[in-house]
Design a protein around this ligand. Structure first.
Ligand code: BG6
Length: 465
């Protein structure tokens, strides 16, 4: 197993692969959503995306030439099991063997995510994550992946961001099924956490080498006014954004005050079954993957109304975000923001890591995503993304300080390896270290200045880790 610090970058299947109808692949809910009239905010699809399906060798080679020793990608469930369950696709299985073997050829450690937002359409139509049947369906899929690739993959992720994904699906309502109903959200998230825990148990049963984790979008929570009401709001925000996922997958149980609050809010919790606590307890992760993008400022809620408004718009505009009786979100006007209104606050990753060390000293962390989305421009064939370099430089520095102060961090992955499809912002919002010219016939790849900066950084930092 690679004991070196993992310096890598990340992608996800729907966002980069394309080849949506190739290689025996079945349809996912995103394929269908993007082709429907519901996809009105950003009417583009991932049908072709970066065409990683045909360019994977080039992309992995460029990543390795950029000094990176690790690559995080996700498997499309629909390439392995086109109908979600039952019939396997050998062509799809072979594709990921080729991707993993290519990583090995270039001395790149693969970190493989089983589920990153794209659900087989048939499972989605049967209720998706709201239907408890999905737990064993996910286990069937996970088992195939573990059996196929388990001897050549050392780092696994069960599920990407149970929190943010369900918030977009059932809170903001901008991911399928596009509804605003937090009760349905808590139910879907419960099933995701159960599915993850069951997959972890199967991983252990198979006695595979390596580690298995879950990727959690986690947020440092701060207050701008230091009084009891604000501190309480910060705790409620922590329950809402962080602890309801992290406690379950690391400690094997929901925080009691989280469950109490759901009861107080009157949610029907009958989906929480008697056997679930032991499933959670038997499925604790080996490490926690952290996607670090933003810090939240908590304020007391001004009433019982819940209002999630809209998020993720390129004009930086935000509407009020309040979870009735829990907390609302404020803004620190002093902080610099990205064009999408996210705080640029490198120090916050240090605070987050120190919090995780305090709460979960028993397990290490991998930063599975960190990066900045922007409108990049090509000038004379180059992309001078100084803003990205400044952002990444700051975050890497503060991660190093957290490591010096005792946090166990095994790796760092920039989001993203190259520009990829952005779920709500299509191809305008670019995160890549490598630019994709979407207008060129063969989707030409151009390394940005940040790609060279990262290469240099890795070479220098390798000496000190
Ligand atoms: C993370 C997701 O939450 O954020 C990625 O895991 C996503 O899939 C990334 O692309 C950036 O999101 P967005 O909406 O800014 O493109």
């Amino acid at each position: 197993m690679n004991k070196e610090f993992l310096w890598g970058s990340a992608t996800a299947a729907y966002q980069c692969e394309g080849g949506w109808k190739e290689g025996g692949k079945g349809l996912s809910n995103w394929d269908v959503f993007c082709h429907s009239e519901k996809n009105s905010v950003n009417p583009v699809t991932g049908d072709v995306a970066c065409d990683f399906y045909h360019h994977y060798e080039e992309d992995i080679r460029m990543l390795a030439e950029g000094g990176q020793n690790a690559y995080r990608f996700s498997i499309a469930w629909t390439r392995i099991l086109p109908d979600g369950t039952g019939r396997k696709s050998q062509e799809g299985i072979d594709f990921y063997h080729r991707v993993i073997d290519t990583c090995r050829k270039y001395h790149v450690e693969p970190l493989v995510t089983l589920y990153h937002y794209d659900l087989p359409e048939s499972i989605y139509e049967a209720g998706g994550w709201e239907n408890r049947n999905i737990v064993e369906q996910f286990v069937e899929y996970a088992r195939i992946c573990f059996e196929e690739y388990g001897q050549k993959v050392n780092y696994w992720v069960t599920i990407n961001e149970p929190n943010y994904e369900t918030l977009c699906c059932y809170g903001f309502g901008n991911y399928p099924p596009n509804v605003k109903d937090l009760g349905r959200r808590w139910r879907a998230m419960h099933h995701m956490l159960l599915a993850s825990a069951r997959a972890v148990a199967v991983f252990r049963e198979l006695k595979l080498p390596g580690m298995v984790g879950l990727v959690s979008d986690s947020y440092p929570i701060a207050v701008l006014t230091d009084n009891e009401a604000h501190k309480k709001a910060a705790h409620m925000a922590d329950l809402f954004f962080n602890l309801c996922v992290n406690d379950v997958c690391v400690k094997g149980a929901y925080p009691q005050d989280f469950v109490d609050q759901l009861k107080k809010d009157g949610y029907d919790l009958s989906y929480m079954k008697e056997e679930d606590p032991s499933i959670f307890a038997d499925g604790c992760v080996d490490y926690l993957g952290i996607n670090a993008y933003n810090r939240y400022i908590a304020e007391p809620a001004d009433g019982p109304e819940t209002n999630l408004g809209v998020n993720n718009t390129g004009d930086g505009k935000k509407t009020k975000f309040q979870i009735g009786n829990w907390f609302s979100l404020g803004e620190d006007s002093e902080m610099e923001k990205t064009p999408w209104g996210m705080e640029i606050n490198p120090r916050s990753i240090y605070d987050l890591l120190m919090d995780l060390k305090r709460l979960y000293p028993q397990i290490p962390v991998i930063i599975t995503e960190n990066g900045v989305g922007n409108y990049d421009e090509v000038v004379d064939g180059q992309i001078h993304d100084q803003y990205r370099i400044a952002y990444l430089e700051g975050y890497v520095d503060w991660i190093e300080r957290a490591m010096e102060d005792g946090c166990t961090v095994l790796g760092y992955f920039v989001w993203s390896t190259m520009d990829v499809y952005s779920w709500i912002n299509g191809y305008k919002k670019r995160y890549g270290l490598v630019y994709i010219d979407y207008d060129s016939d063969d989707l030409v790849r151009i390394p940005k200045d940040s790609y060279y900066w990262y290469k240099n950084k890795i070479q220098n930092r390798r000496k000190s880790f």
